[in-house]
Design a protein around this ligand. Sequence first.
Ligand code: PLP
Length: 408
Amino acid sequence: MKFNTRLLHGKSIEEYPYGSTVPPIAQTSAFSYESSEALEKVFSNRAPGFSYTRIGNPTVAALERRINELEGGIGAVAASSGMSAVTLALLNVLGQGDEIIAGSGLFGGTLDLLDNLTSFGIRTRFAAHVDIAHVEPLIRENTKVIFAEIIGNPALDVVDIREMASFLHERGILFIVDATTATPYLVKPFELGADIIVHSASKYINGNGSAIAGIIVDSGKFKWDISRYPKLAPFKRMGPYAYLASLRNGIWRNMGGCLSPMNAYLCVTGLETLGLRMERECSNALRLAQALDAREDISVNYPLLPESPYRDLAEAQFGGRGGAILTLRTGSRDRALKFMDRLALGVKATNIGDIRTLVIHPASTIYIHSDKEAREAAGVYEDTIRVSLGIENVEDLIQDFSDALDCV
Ligand SMILES: *Cc1c(COP(=O)(O)O)cnc(C)c1O
């Protein structure tokens, strides 16, 4: 099955009850059983079933199975938000004294989180870009995770997953990728060797800006050396399922970052149109990038533009598509803000992956907690605007953006 067909007819859909075509919303906290023995079996993982929605819920499980099927993993765990997914994916294996290497062009919330983790004794070293040349000098004995956004939001740098994965596996280091901006439509990170995928499902998976959600997917292929990842020791006998078993029975369950059934439903139904939306949003991004790139009064960053250093990699790794985000530099902060206020169609809101085109000035919003150096390493300057393309007719967008630029 090809991508759009699988979104509607994939194997994981056959599991919906009553023949329903979308999963019913199991809006309940607890699940009752006829005997205490039956409940005990479910509680101790000796029988399948649900006991309490923080630990598992049929609607949430439907989303987990759908995303896992699309990514080709061995299992997935949904979380209350993308940030919750990133946090739990890391804390599942990291402890005091461990180190992370991450790209400096990360999403602002993740940069803030990595700063928070220093108070738990987990240090992050930042690479200007996640490639061998930048990562190798930062590796230490206690480097346990490399964390990268496949397409940095908003730096829009592209990571060569295959090259990084084989380099890291020779060294026994776990490779976690945040695939939020790429989505399974652009790339299947597990086919290229990534070990763990996290998504902010609030973005392209939900697709219309109606719910906050996150998800963690495991490829099942990482060779766990328990002496290097001692947190997984209690789950060693689970073999390739050790990471997921540890999440479900440990940090994820205990931190309580579960997804609500209603939000799982909104994501599972939104997901069905991911392919169509991405096709349109990526083509809108390219067309708008090309139109604005032809102007003298603005500079455009988009991975498929001829001047992007990531053009060849994006072409090859994403099958000729470049994602649905671009950034603009207008020359000054004042011009950036005036330009945004002139737009009739770009909605000023801090989100990406909506069906509406959204614009934001990252320096005064998402990166408000970062200093100038960290901001600029993430590609955020005083005059930068981030545009997340929606599904509008591109002629209208080009007209609107051009008119607004002419005015300022
Ligand atoms: C939005 C985003 C997150 C955080 O997700 P939330 O659902 O907002 O918590 C993480 N990573 C990336 C790349 C994002 O764009």
